[in-house]
Design a protein around this ligand. Structure first.
Ligand SMILES: NC(=O)c1ccc[n+]([C@@H]2O[C@H](COP(=O)([O-])OP(=O)(O)OC[C@H]3O[C@@H](n4cnc5c(N)ncnc54)[C@H](O)[C@@H]3O)[C@@H](O)[C@H]2O)c1
Length: 448
């Protein structure tokens, strides 16, 4: 009897199905792109409602996601993507991609309960010679400490011997899921040469960016470092913004001129950092250094987490200037997701802002065109409000006319957390306003 062709060859020939565990922001576009590339895809998710919607050819992800709806519909109607809550269906797969959530708990420690559960079922059902790739973001060392042991325990010791293992972290972001997945370069963190060959065979089928072959630990370090880099740099911009407010400067003008200096690339400050990834990936990286270590990462996290409370202080300040008491003040909060034109609400700074406003005695009314619970009429949220707070730069809000806002609100008071509104237009509409990072008017006249 002849032995079967190597896995990479069977994957290139599309002669073996592949599986995706976790059909969220990462797993669903991955499954759809694999299907488009000619693979037969088994998608597994424990959320039965999500599974049913996908099998009906629907895209369950809220917000603007170019191409995703069409890709999912084509994959399902073409019979190349089937979703199921039953991981037993993965037994036929030649490669399985684990794309489950990897959050941190309240003490900022990694919560790998979903990852461990997924690895255990995959290890238990997978056939000899198959490949397991974890796409979820991991603290450095997690492949060796948790993923491989979980696969080994559930497979009776076959992981590494009977099947191949790798880590290939994702670089997607809501609003650009399909585009990033197709075009961005990827770190192929393969635990063996055979795993590298099989991973390259799959990813080259739909990724146009470079495939950088490396090992799992390097892949873990790269992914958590690239998100921690962003978090630390946003914290730097927020720190300068707070200083500008204190001394009467304008952080946006400062940033523009700082960035004229070679090698400087100051980011945009704002009302806080949200999403599933940036707020927790710094903690994942820090956790690998040990309790209380990595002070730069910790300080950045703490500062970014303080920004919604700072926005609440700006609300109190602006209301004070307008002579409106905070107690009982109706505040219209524009934006509940964490990102413009997205419905992703995970770790949204607005949640923290609402708690602060409540503690100040304000009555908040929320609007968000992408979050089902807050999709009501914008005008009715603004009516009767004595202050509006812009938390998310959704396109709908960018198009708002300050004169219309002033005409519909009870008082013309506004706090701009995302530098969306033109200060002069607000002033000519009669607004008392505050903007994160702007402490006053600084011009030649002010300096002289
Ligand atoms: N969202 C992003 O933009 C993004 C970007 C890069 C990396 N990541 C990383 O990718 C991973 C997944 O993130 P996401 O945003 O897609 O999460 P998500 O919450 O949108 O999706 C995870 C899915 O996995 C399912 N699931 C969880 N445990 C399961 C199990 N044991 N069996 C079957 N299904 C299970 C959940 O029901 C859910 O549908 C995380 O590690 C995240 O850090 C996310």
């Amino acid at each position: 009897m002849s032995s079967p062709a190597p896995l990479a060859e069977r994957l290139r020939a599309r002669s073996i199905p592949v599986g995706v565990v976790g059909l969220g922001y990462v797993g669903l576009p991955l499954a759809a792109l694999l299907a488009e590339a000619g693979f037969s895809v088994i998608g597994v998710d424990r959320d039965a409602a999500r599974v049913a919607r996908i099998n009906a050819g629907e895209n369950p992800i809220e917000g603007r996601e170019p191409d995703l709806g069409e890709l999912v519909a084509a994959a399902v109607t073409g019979g190349r993507l089937t979703a199921t809550p039953d991981p037993g269906r993965l037994a036929a797969a030649g490669a399985v991609f684990v794309c489950v959530e990897t959050p941190v708990d309240e003490a900022h420690r990694p919560d790998y309960s979903s990852l461990e559960a997924a690895c255990r079922v995959v290890g238990a059902v997978l056939g000899r010679g198959a490949l397991v790739v974890v796409e979820s973001t991991l603290a450095p060392g997690t492949m060796n400490r948790l993923v491989i042991p979980a696969l080994l325990a559930s497979s009776g010791g076959r992981a590494g011997r009977d099947f191949l293992v790798g880590h290939c972290p994702e670089r997607v972001m809501p609003g650009r899921l399909v585009r990033n997945m197709r075009t961005m370069s990827r770190v192929i963190g393969a635990a063996s040469e055979e795993a590298a060959e099989a991973m390259t065979a799959i990813y080259s089928a739909f990724v146009t960016g470079e495939l950088d072959v490396s090992d799992p630990l390097t892949a873990e370090l790269v992914k958590t470092s690239e998100n921690a880099y962003r978090d630390v740099n946003i914290a730097f911009a927020n720190q300068v913004a707070l200083i500008c407010e204190q001394v009467g400067g304008d952080v946006f003008r400062v940033r523009e001129l700082v960035n004229k200096s070679p090698g400087r690339l100051m980011l945009v400050p704002g009302a806080g950092v949200g999403g599933h990834c940036i707020p927790k990936d710094s903690w994942l990286l820090a956790s690998s250094a040990g309790d209380g270590e990595a002070p730069v990462l910790r300080a950045a996290r703490e500062l970014n987490d303080l920004m919604p409370a700072h926005v609440a202080r700006l609300v109190a300040d602006a209301l004070g200037v307008a002579g409106v008491p905070t107690e009982g003040a109706r505040v219209a909060v524009l934006g509940y997701s964490y990102l413009e034109d997205s419905g992703d609400t995970r770790n949204s700074p607005t949640v923290a802002l609402l708690a602060e406003l409540e503690a100040m005695g304000c009555r908040a009314a929320v609007h968000d065109p992408f979050v089902p619970a807050y999709q009501g009429e914008l005008a009715s949220v603004l009516e009767g409000a004595v202050c509006a707070v812009l938390m998310v730069a959704h396109s709908e809000y960018r198009a708002l006319d300050p004169a219309w806002l002033a005409s519909i609100m009870r008082r013309a008071v506004l706090v701009d957390g995302r530098a969306v509104f033109d200060a002069r237009a607000l002033e000519s509409a009669g607004f008392v306003h505050r903007r994160v990072g702007v402490g006053g008017r600084v011009g030649v006249a002010g300096v002289l």
